[in-house]
Ligand binder design. Structure first.
Ligand code: IFM
Length: 479
């Protein structure tokens, strides 16, 4: 592997000069060391230690031990030729004594860890991109209401200012939140993620407070790190009605509202979608939106981060037969889809990843083009894309993950197509660098392009890592 730029091939999908090639991770999924460096518990420590919440009772206590092995991991990134790396900062490392009313003292060890990581990356020629919140909320804040409390958003704005002030001189891009859809709906409606609550009104309250937290953090970053750029990462969906019927179109409208527009519209238009507010009127009157909030949320951002894995197929549910739950949220369990009783997620034929997610790169192109239309003038980055497959190390010590390479080929071609069609996509972060703790699935799902042996912590680049290194070296996808 070398970082020398190869000559462009005529038989290749060439990416624009300066296109950023990265990989992404998140603190709780890789760091381990949960009681070290002054860190206090997050909601994911509590959740994963609660029996029945995570497959096989697995936790992030050790994970990839990245806290101790980050220099080795940066060396791997350098060998792959990554030009950027997206990681998240664990809030309970930075202000471990935070309460609902007071951010508490800044922990120098917490700042020190991320400062060392940033320096290591810069020394390797890799540009750091920081996500401020990738789901590990300090447990003390959850005890005071978590994202249902406005004070969590206020403390988040202050925490963002601390991190931006400490690292902004060396970090060109700060992403406020990762996938607030998951934090709100999986955390507070379906309960399959921490904190594991099942309360629709709480989830919609969380939606707004997460949006507000984004706005407050964006303002903090502007103040404390004026040369850094501000982004928000959303897991937007390409929502496909199963048929052309008006009923299926209605199902798609509802899901699009909850997944896409309730996050996009406040940021891009300074308003919540009226149809979503009407759909959910029986759940909440939305009085948690206070005067001035939408102005805070709608402050301009520099980059919109889009995470895409799979399309979302929806159909009107007629109640004549059992509901299909291809979105993975089973019958009899609380649903993340509020006020969507008549919507089902029909099973699809075709190729799937180990998560059971349909593989459809077309959705990536469509989604990026939609975002480009809805956010004119805003740069777009794919901040996550990748796939889990049941990888094994063979007798020669090699992981031949052809399925993942195929997935990446298809999706990189889809990104290229969106760029050709005019979407201002400037970077791509592959999820994920390392196999890691896949939330409620534990370690059973492997998303990494680098295999991790959880017994020995030995890292082995998979064939997909070599494939990705070649794409980066050429700045192109060869056919
Ligand atoms: O592992 C997660 C990540 O934390 C957020 N986006 C989706 C990934 C795969 O499920």
């Amino acid at each position: 592997m070398t970082t020398t730029q190869a000559a462009p091939s005529t038989d290749a999908l060439q990416f624009p000069a300066g296109f950023l090639w990265g990989s992404a991770t998140a603190s709780y999924q890789i760091e381990g060391a949960v009681t070290e460096g002054g860190r206090t518990p997050s909601i994911w420590d509590t959740f994963s230690h609660t029996p029945g919440r995570v497959e096989r009772g697995e936790t992030g206590d050790v994970a990839d031990d990245h806290y101790h092995r980050f220099r080795e991991d940066v060396a791997i990134m350098a060998r792959l030729g990554l030009t950027t790396y997206r990681f998240s900062v664990s809030w309970p490392r930075i202000t471990p004594q935070v309460t609902a009313d007071d951010l508490g003292p800044v922990n120098p060890e917490g700042i020190g860890f991320y400062s060392d990581l940033v320096d290591e990356l810069l020394a390797a020629g890799i540009s750091p991109s920081i996500t401020l919140y990738h789901w590990d909320l300090p447990q003390a804040l959850e005890d005071a209401g978590g994202w249902t409390s406005r004070r969590t958003a206020e403390r988040f704005g202050e925490y963002a200012e601390v991190v931006a002030a400490a690292l902004g001189d060396r970090v060109p891009l700060f992403i406020t939140l990762n996938e607030p859809w998951c934090s709100a709906y999986l955390g507070y409606a379906s309960g399959v993620h921490a904190p594991g609550r099942t309360d629709d009104a709480a989830a919609l309250t969380a939606v707004h407070h997460l949006n507000l937290a984004h706005g407050l953090a964006a303002a903090s970053i502007r103040r404390a790190a004026p040369t850094s750029r501000v982004a928000l990462t959303l897991n937007l969906a390409w929502v496909r009605p199963q048929t052309d019927s008006p009923e299926d179109a209605e199902a798609a409208r509802r899901v699009d509202g909850l997944q896409n527009r309730v996050f996009l519209d406040p940021v891009l238009k300074g308003a919540y979608p009226a149809d979503v507010q009407a759909d959910t009127a029986a759940v909440t009157d939305w009085s948690f939106v206070q005067p001035g909030d939408l102005d805070v949320i709608a402050a301009p951002i520099d980059v919109l981060g889009v995470n895409y894995y799979s399309p979302t197929h929806v159909r009107h549910w007629t109640r004549e037969r059992p509901k299909e739950h291809a979105d993975g949220h089973g019958e009899g369990k609380a649903s993340p889809w509020i006020a969507c009783d008549d919507v089902e997620f029909p099973f699809q034929h075709g190729r799937k990843t180990d998560m059971g997610w349909s593989i459809d790169p077309r959705g990536m192109t469509e989604l990026l083009l939609r975002v480009a239309r809805e956010a004119p003038g805003c740069e777009i980055m794919v901040t996550e894309n990748g796939a889990a497959f049941p990888d094994v190390i063979d007798a020669n010590g090699r992981v031949i993950d052809t399925d993942r390479i195929d997935y990446l080929r298809g999706h990189l071609a889809a990104v290229h197509e969106a760029i050709e069609a005019g979407a201002p996509v400037t970077g791509y972060y592959l999820w994920s660098l390392l196999d890691n703790f896949e939330w409620a699935w534990g370690y059973g799902k492997r998303f990494g392009i680098v295999h991790v042996d959880y017994n020995t912590q030995v890292r082995t680049p998979k064939d997909s890592a070599l494939f990705y290194a070649d794409v980066i070296r050429r700045n192109a996808l060869t056919r």
